[in-house]
Design a protein around this ligand. Structure first.
Ligand code: AMP
Length: 458
């Protein structure tokens, strides 16, 4: 953290009223077509990262933004970049009129797809074009899109380099570069690719780096990629999501599958994301659930892209109850109504625990993260507790029978609820999307306000 402060040389002027008072999107200086799209998404109030980052991006600053998953960080960079590109919006058919101006790099294909979906949503009333490219699928269709011209390109590093090397895409007019989930890009060994991509980009550009965690490697990356950056953060370093209730059940390895089903059934959980450390274990858990007649899908790096997308789509549509995933495959998944994450196996890297539990409690809804800890995982648990600076007390497994609260609550509550009855984020940020009742019946989470730290002066 100290090291990261070193490079933050710029001082935020005293007069940055938007940072303090932007309590609505209207105050952020965004054009009407962007505001209309935001409204259609059901957003009412900008989240803290949006309140902080949007004015700074509009002011042209490079940013190092530390934001946990589910904080609204995608809109925090997409909205102001769209705003900056408004003057370039045009309906010309000529590819030359649509050079790549904004490049967003993400570590995984799934995240790339999700970020691009957000871009499409926020951009729907503007004449700016966008596309997404990632590996594992044929390059030809991507090439056709790129040749047609796009102002906003979302990409994973490897596939982008393939296109850039074969001159399928020109990056010489990129004005804005976003490194999303930069910590994960480094974990996945993308640094050499990132450096090569840099060679294709103009040196004069605005660069935004988003990361859930900041360590010296990220600071090193920022040093070589960013100029005079400001740092914004909405959560303390390496803390885990505050609106997620975290439980640990001590379970022997051979009893974990039963325990998993018991946790889900006893709480009547509509959908659960189950994490394993390895692809082999993900397959094993997924197949054993399927054998029990449970609707389960598996997502990991060895699955073909179409299978991964089908699994994800089935889960998003609610056709699949259990999605069993490895860390990398699940990275960046945004399933808004996800009430529960289960760590079937504890991760080796404590950072992965933070990423995993960030999959639930998204957009401020309360969530539940259950860790099934076998005796030989105690050491991993202790490492996680040190990392998140919190004790995770073990509790007994819940009773198998659904608790009576469910029966009572379903009889008095509608299947979906209005924004007034939702959790604290929804009250504050006015999300109007329907949420399943089950998410609301989980025991209340530890509600601690995120700590918005306005852009750090030197
Ligand atoms: P992200 O952190 O970008 O993955 O966003 C997490 C979720 O929050 C996404 O489903 C967004 O659609 C949603 N979201 C982003 N900004 C807002 C906002 N201001 N109000 C309500 N929901 C939001």
């Amino acid at each position: 953290m100290e090291a990261s402060k070193e490079i933050v040389r710029a001082i935020v002027p005293e007069t940055t009223p938007a940072l303090e008072v932007a309590s609505s999107f209207d105050e952020l200086g965004l054009a009407a077509p962007i505001l209309a799209a935001v409204k259609e998404m059901g957003y009412v109030i900008p989240t803290p990262i949006q309140q902080q980052a949007i004015p700074l991006v509009l002011a042209g600053r490079d940013l190092m933004a530390q934001a946990q998953t589910g904080t609204g960080k995608t809109a925090a960079f997409v909205l102001p970049l769209l705003q900056k590109m408004v003057p370039h919006a045009n309906a010309s058919a000529s590819p030359a009129r649509h050079p790549v101006r904004a490049l967003v790099l993400t570590p995984t294909r799934e995240l790339a797809i999700q970020v691009h979906e957000s871009v499409v949503g926020y951009n729907k009333h503007l004449a700016l074009r966008s596309t997404v490219v990632f590996g594992g699928v044929d390059m030809k269709a991507q090439l056709a899109d790129l040749r047609g011209g796009v102002e906003i390109l979302v990409a994973t590093p490897g596939r982008l380099l393939d296109h850039a090397n074969s001159r399928g895409v020109l990056l010489s007019q990129v004005q804005f570069l976003v490194l999303d989930e930069a910590d994960r890009m480094l974990d996945m060994g993308f640094l050499p690719d990132l450096k090569r991509i840099l060679d294709f980009l103009p040196t004069k550009r605005q660069t935004l780096l988003f990361s859930a965690t900041f360590d010296d490697n990220i600071v090193g990356l920022a040093r070589s990629f960013l100029q005079n950056p400001l740092k914004v953060e909405v959560a303390k370093r390496n803390t885990s999501a505050d609106n997620v209730e975290q439980l640990v059940h001590k379970v022997k390895e051979e009893n974990k599958l039963d325990a998993l089903v018991q946790v889900v059934n006893s709480r009547d959980i509509a959908q659960v994301l189950v994490f394993t450390r390895t692809k082999v274990c993900a397959d094993k858990v997924g197949h054993r659930l399927q054998k029990r007649g449970i609707k389960a899908a598996i997502i990991h790096g060895d699955k073909a892209q179409v299978e991964r997308l089908a699994a994800l789509e089935g889960f998003k549509q609610g056709k699949v109850q259990y999605l069993v995933a490895t860390d990398i495959a699940a990275r960046g998944l945004d399933i808004v109504e996800l009430p529960c994450v289960v760590n079937y196996e504890l991760p080796y890297a404590p950072e992965d625990y933070v990423h995993r539990i960030g999959r639930t409690g998204r957009a401020g809804a309360s969530g539940l993260a259950v860790s099934l800890c076998a005796p030989d995982e105690e050491r991993l648990l202790a490492g996680i507790e040190r990392f998140i600076k919190r004790d995770l007390k073990a509790t007994p497994l819940p009773e198998t029978a659904p608790p009576p609260v469910r029966a009572i609550a379903t009889s008095i509550m509608p299947a979906t609820v209005s924004s007034e009855t939702k959790g604290p984020f929804s009250q504050r940020f006015g999300r109007t999307r329907a949420e399943p009742v089950c998410a609301l019946l989980l025991p209340p989470a530890n509600q601690v306000e995120p700590t918005p730290t306005v852009a750090t002066p030197a």
